[in-house]
Each structure stands twice: as structure tokens, then as C-alpha cells.
Design a protein around this ligand. Structure first.
Ligand code: TYM
Length: 323
């Protein structure tokens, strides 16, 4: 049976990029015959020095979105990274199989050290990610495209560890959806949609109102032509809108082009906006119906199994390395 692991940082509101790039795939995988671990990685988020007084609220909110998105909890465990100290223990062991140079070459290290100053947490961030994935010996990791390099590094670490000791860890594979793996900002289509975009109108948050969503799509940046055509090099804005529409309607980019052959950009923007509104509506309704108590009891129910799995790996790894 395959084991799936993925994570999300509790740094601000969940946005459409997180949902289409990652969480929707978590939902699909949770309906397959697999063991799934979905983790709110609060320790990773410390690299951004978040406000401690907001941390618990952000964690609760993130878990509520995961539950609302429809993750099948029968074979999925949702948990908080810091509740399972084995993540950090394993990370230390794995750090001995990772070169400083390869950490410094990570695109996200370069980007984040410009924004946050280059502290060691940003440098070693991908090693903790590798530990997250390997603590349950996961072999499948559903993430957006921005995590590709981190997954490659995890695979390198696995190969080196297995060569040094014994074939213990599986080689994890990254999985992404057909579309939506890299959603761009609606205002700055050169940049990915993110929680921390300077221009908040470029990001659709899960709890934006209908009016806000339509307004953001209406003012999305496109180009001076009027052809609805997927061309990621020359028409980034319109390609991003096609990508969103095709993901939510499970259509190919070509079929979207054909459907809107005679439409204006203005009409298409509204169609995409309304599609997103209909997609988010049930999610938000479910979200509103969940109480903090529901989330706390879910976390309690899931934690024992997660801890058992992490402890088993850590005991075995400790024996392998002789500590
Ligand atoms: P985070 O919290 O930035 O994002 C969570 C997930 O959302 C995806 N994502 C996107 N997908 C498409 N378009 C976008 N604009 C977009 N923005 C975000 C991300 O690819 C991710 O899948 N380092 C990770 C968290 C992490 C993790 C892990 C993931 C920690 N340990 C182990 C997988 C396995 C992160 O910062 O995700």
C-alpha cells in the first residue's frame, strides 16, 4: 500500500494556489487505497518569524480548511508537526547526508534569504522537509511545482542514506495535478500566487466573498490582445486564467480555448471568477460549520497513530545508525 505525505505552513490564509496545486490532490489521494499523512508544518513556519499570538489561530484555521476541502479521514491523518518531535530528530540524522552547497543552491533559499535574512533555519528548511516525508516512509508527495527542488533533494538524501547503511527509505515521488500546479498572481502573473504577495488583489483566499472574488478576476492583469489562448511565455495572465478554469472544470487547455473562442477577455474573466465562487462556496459553508472543538478532537483522535508511526521509524533509524 502506498504512503502519502504532504504539508502546508500555517502562515496566513489558505489561497487558491494551495487548493488547486496541492490540497485538491490530497482529497483525491485520500479516496484511494493508501495511507495518508497531511501535516500542518508549524515548525517550518518559524523561519518567517510569525507572530506567536496568532500561531494557534492560524493552525486551527488551516486544519479547518483541510477538513472542509473534503479529505477522506478514514485513511488520512491530519496533524501538527510540532506534536511529533521525531520530525526534528530525524532531520538531524538526515542533515549528515546533505551538502551545504546544495542547500545554498535551492531557489527558495535564495528568494527567502533576500526577504528574511539568511538564517540557518531557511538554509536547513529542506532537510526538515525530507524528515517530514521520511518519518512515515512516504513514497508519494502531492505538492505544487514550487516544491520540485525540495523533493529532488529528499531523493538525494534517501539515496545517500540507503547507500551508507541499508535500503531502508523508499524513494519518494512528487505528484502534481494535470493543471493548477503553479498558479500565478492575478496582478503580477510573473510571480506565483502566494500568501505573502505584496498586492493582495493578486491572491484569491478561501474565504473571500463572492464580490471580492469577481472583483479580483475582473481586475486581473492580462495583455493587450483579445485572444483566449494558452501561451505561457507570451500570455502569462490569460494562461493562468485558462489553467484555473480548466482545473476546476476538468477540461484540457485546448477545450477551454475552443469554448471561449468568441468571448472577450472581460466575459472570460467573469466566467472564471464565477467558477471559483461555485468551487469555494461549499468549502466555506463546511468551514463555517466546524467549531474549534471539532478540530481539537480530530487532532486528538489522529495523533496516537501518527506518533506510533513516527516512533517506529525513529526506533528503526536509530538502530540502523547505532544510537
Ligand atoms: P506551502 O505552505 O507554501 O504550500 C502548501 C502547498 O501549496 C502549494 N502551492 C501552490 N501550488 C500551486 N500554485 C501556487 N501558487 C502555490 N502556492 C503554494 C505548495 O506547492 C504546497 O504543496 N515547504 C512546503 C510545506 C512542507 C511540505 C513538507 C510539503 C513542509 N514539509 C513535506 C510536502 C512535503 C510549503 O512551504 O508549502
Amino acid at each position: 500500500m502506498k504512503t502519502v505525505f504532504s504539508g502546508i505552513q500555517p502562515t496566513g490564509k489558505v489561497h487558491l494556489g494551495n487548493l488547486l496545486g496541492a490540497i485538491n490532490n490530497w482529497v483525491s489521494l485520500s479516496n484511494e487505497e493508501s495511507k495518508n499523512y497531511f501535516c500542518v508544518v508549524d515548525l517550518h513556519s518559524l523561519t518567517t518569524h510569525p507572530d506567536p499570538s496568532k500561531m494557534q489561530e492560524n493552525i486551527q484555521e488551516t486544519i479547518k480548511v483541510l477538513v472542509s476541502s473534503g479529505i477522506n479521514q478514514k485513511n488520512s491523518k491530519i496533524y501538527i508537526q510540532s506534536n511529533v518531535p521525531e520530525h526534528v530528530q530525524l532531520s538531524w540524522i538526515l542533515s549528515n547526508f546533505c551538502q551545504i552547497g546544495e542547500l545554498q543552491r535551492m531557489t527558495q533559499f535564495k528568494e527567502k534569504s533576500d526577504q528574511l535574512g539568511s538564517h540557518a533555519g531557511i538554509l536547513t528548511y529542506p532537510i526538515l522537509m525530507a524528515a517530514d516525508i521520511l518519518i512515515h516512509k512516504a513514497n508519494e508527495v502531492p505538492v505544487g511545482d514550487d516544491q520540485t527542488q525540495h523533493l529532488e533533494l529528499t531523493r538525494n538524501i534517501v539515496e545517500r542514506f540507503n547507500n551508507a547503511y541499508t535500503e531502508y527509505f523508499p524513494l519518494p515521488e512528487k505528484t502534481s495535478g494535470k493543471a493548477g500546479a503553479r498558479l500565478m498572481s492575478l496582478r503580477h502573473p510573473d510571480n506565483k500566487m502566494s500568501k505573502s504577495n505584496d498586492d493582495l488583489n493578486g491572491t484569491i483566499y478561501f474565504d473571500d466573498s463572492k464580490d471580492e472574488i469577481i472583483k479580483k478576476f475582473k481586475s486581473s492583469v492580462t495583455d493587450s490582445e483579445n485572444e483566449i489562448k494558452f501561451d505561457i511565455e507570451n500570455k502569462k495572465g490569460i494562461s493562468n486564467l485558462i489553467d484555473i478554469y480548466s482545473t476546476l472544470h476538468d477540461m484540457s487547455h485546448e477545450d477551454v480555448e475552443i469554448k471561449f473562442k468568441n468571448s472577450s477577455y472581460g466575459e472570460f474573466k467573469i466566467e472564471v471568477g464565477e467558477t471559483v465562487v461555485s468551487y469555494l462556496e461549499p468549502l466555506r459553508e463546511k468551514y463555517e460549520s466546524l467549531s474549534d472543538g471539532d478540530i481539537s478532537s480530530l487532532i486528538r483522535d489522529h495523533l496516537d497513530d501518527v506518533k506510533d508511526s513516527a516512533k517506529k521509524t525513529m526506533d528503526e533509524v536509530s538502530a540502523i545508525v547505532g544510537v
